[in-house]
Design a protein around this ligand. Sequence first.
Ligand SMILES: NC(=O)c1ccc[n+]([C@@H]2O[C@H](COP(=O)([O-])OP(=O)(O)OC[C@H]3O[C@@H](n4cnc5c(N)ncnc54)[C@H](OP(=O)(O)O)[C@@H]3O)[C@@H](O)[C@H]2O)c1
Length: 347
Amino acid sequence: MQNQVWRLARKPPGGWPQAEDYLWSEEAVPEPAAGQMLTRTLYLSLDPYQWGRRRSGSEQPGDICHGRTVSQVTHSRLPGYAEGDFVFNTNGWQSCGLSGDGIDVFGYMLPRKIEPTLAPISTAIGVMGMLGLTAYAGLILQCQPSRGDTLVVSAASGGVGQVVAQLGRLYGCRVVGIAGSAAKLDYLRSLGVDAVVSHRSEFFVEELRAACPDGCDIYFENVGGGVFDAVLPLLNRGARISLCGLISQYGNVDGEDSRSQWRMQGEAIFQRQGVLVHDLFVGNFVADYQERFLQEMGAYVREGEVCYLEDKRAGLEQAPEVFAQMLQGDNFGKTLIAVSDDPTLTD
Ligand SMILES: NC(=O)c1ccc[n+]([C@@H]2O[C@H](COP(=O)([O-])OP(=O)(O)OC[C@H]3O[C@@H](n4cnc5c(N)ncnc54)[C@H](OP(=O)(O)O)[C@@H]3O)[C@@H](O)[C@H]2O)c1
């Protein structure tokens, strides 16, 4: 058996990903040394931030492309982990990888065991992982929703957005979801979202205004660009914003810092309305809130209070193409690659 690997071929020259940015190789499977384990990748998470790392040079040509993974231990020399255990780790875009002593850990993404009886294991890179925590931290911890608040969520059917929308509903908000297609809007309605608007509509600005007759108390920002333009005039006095991401700007080639530009664009309205803007970085919430989050979200998921749609594609070889599609909105739910068979689904 060979290890299948996607490496970064070059510093991406363009604004959006191209096939030539990646290099596929088949390599020898690494042997775990003492204090290490070898895991087989079952699921690979494709996330917008991975593109930022490649463009900024944090990921260098020749590096294995970074990515969060759900894996299964195939050979362990690491105390506490046995063959067959399921783990969250960061194997990246490869079919197997080492974890443990001497293997780089990506900041706050610490390997941990996953208990398959609590939730489907793939959710450890979704609703029960960093994506869910991002939604929880931005909405609950930063924006502190109150019953009756109008919450506007952009990219509302995506990995983060769908969790924000449902948490908002559970916390008593009137939820307005923005998404890009009729199917996505239908999905949001099925989640109990109160009003839905397509940012692709010719009348988007008017439709969003009509969907927010009492203005906007909380804006969960995933997108920026034209969507932010339309939300700005709706912000109520004392509104709160979690600035989670600006995906519409991730292909910009002007060299400007899109978060600073976003702040400059909103500054006059933020001042006039006393809007509180929270920069969101999920890594800041792992140490203090991950346990509390896993308990609260675990209960919601088990009781069916929070549902979760995955856009699961089979085969590691598809990763570059699916990744580029996700950045353009051609995903429906949380995007992940099924790299190898999930034994919890076939037992
Ligand atoms: N701050 C943090 O720590 C943190 C952590 C995780 C994620 N994030 C951010 O959260 C956001 C969502 O990430 P995700 O992983 O959940 O991705 P996602 O929402 O599953 O996928 C991206 C979605 O963005 C929407 N989109 C793309 N281009 C757009 C445009 N020009 N205008 C409007 N919508 C556009 C598309 O939905 P439509 O078809 O509906 O347009 C697409 O499905 C991203 O901005 C990401 O960077 C931040």
